[in-house]
Design a protein around this ligand. Sequence first.
Ligand code: NAD
Length: 536
Amino acid sequence: MIKVESDVSELVLPRAQILNGTNNAWESVIDVEEEISSKTAPKDVVAVAKKAFATGKTKPLKFRREQLKGLLKFLEECKEDIEKALYQDLRKHKQECHLCEIEIIANDLRHTLMELKEWAKPEKPEKRLVNVLDGVYRYKDPYGVVLIIGAWNYPLLLTLGPLVGALAAGNVVILKPSELSPATSSMTAKILTKYLDKECFQVFLGGVEETTELLKEKFDYIFFTGSTTVGRIVYQAAAKYLTPTTLELGGKSPSYIDESADIKKTAKRILWGKLINSGQTCVAPDYILCTKTVQEKFLQHAKLIITEFYGPDPTKSPDLCKIITERHFKRLVDFINPENVAIGGKFDISERVISPTVLINVSPEDPVMKEEIFGPILPIINVRNAEEAINFINEREKPLALYVFAKNKSVQKLFLNHTSSGGATVNDTVTHLITENLPFGGVGESGMGSYHGKEGFDTFSHQKSVLVKDFANLTELSLAMRYPPYSNTKIKLLNFVLKKRSGISFRILKNCFIFSLGVACAYGVQYICSQLNESE
Ligand code: NAD
């Protein structure tokens, strides 16, 4: 059983009063004591899911649409429950709840509902001469029973985001949210389950112990969001059954600021990306690379911007989230070496809030540069130029995100062409994640696989290659050359038919043929009509 943190009740009331100006907030927070660990054994949860998938009820598009609409309805009708849960877990301001969680999922849902029919129908890829008479298709099959394991930092987005693709693709889902965001996890188990088919969607609550047991079961797909360390554990568990897996992991995402950048706007955009959710964001800019000259300008603007965002004492701001647990808080505070503090450095353990902190004269050997920070602490590493920054990045693990701030287009291209990262944004932070039609995922230690929009649908679909032949005599004749007895003539014929050719595609040739046939028919009809007229 997971122990609920004893300090939750002590901390919620005072800041709730600041935010809401009432005493009612305490009454409205969700009681997590009862729900934090699932009572049903993992094997029973999986058995229900397998049985549900075997009925085939998730396959029709109508059913999938109903599930997606149910999810959308939950987001629309339960906004308040969601806001309260996110507030209890992270003290997320309503604006961040909407901007960074609810609306991203809702828009992904709307997009998926609009496109589902198109995405789900078998694709007809280009044919070669050898398959002229055949049907060539890519079918999109659901995998079956999908396990989604989520992280605590965006507890709604990181569980319901992948759920959209999994349901759209016709799978049955078991969701394992994080035990470190108990209010949102418990709310999902209690409320969302009422909006979806109860056999095709189950929430399994628990921590390390329960998840370890759950991972002993056989799934058809595992989608994991979390740390690289736990990602390895999940991947090993998946290997036992050769279960296909997506790993959405983290890492240290660098930001390079070029001398050509507009430093004031750069500072604003970097600080926003760093400080939403108090830096507990997988794609938050982890550290800055820049020259000493750029650093001086950045610090001047950053001081003013932080005050503009959060007031003179950010630890008192209702817009800054809290750090998820005391353990995470202490880990972050240990990174703050007073000798390196250029801005901030204040913290309040009773509220688990750390004021935005910028560190200078940081060495790559300092603890803050040795692991993903995941908090409102921003170290600056000095480099002499863009090439040195690129070398610095390439000597380390591939990051989840990379940010380049430069007006100079050749500097932008230099980074995009000479570094590898899950994604990248030029002159902004974080927003590539919410850009429609861009897949989101990591590379190397920051993860494998991706999702969002069509990419999410494809991730949870097995692409089945299908070739359909008929029994026509012409088809049989075209196959004759492959059967024994073999001969040189058959080899030549086969080579001719199988040879990959560049130039006009078969589809264009076919369309030209159909068009020509249409024109010929029109002329034919016209000719016949004129003959008939003449004969009259
Ligand atoms: P975590 O790896 O500690 O936990 C993630 C999930 O794994 C939780 O549900 C947890 O219960 C489970 N888990 C933890 N230990 C386990 C174990 N030993 N065996 C089986 N399951 C276990 O990660 P976290 O602290 O929740 O999240 C922070 C990390 O996630 C950061 O590294 C961050 O960058 C990363 N992250 C990545 C993305 C992304 O989309 N790429 C998004 C958010 C967070």
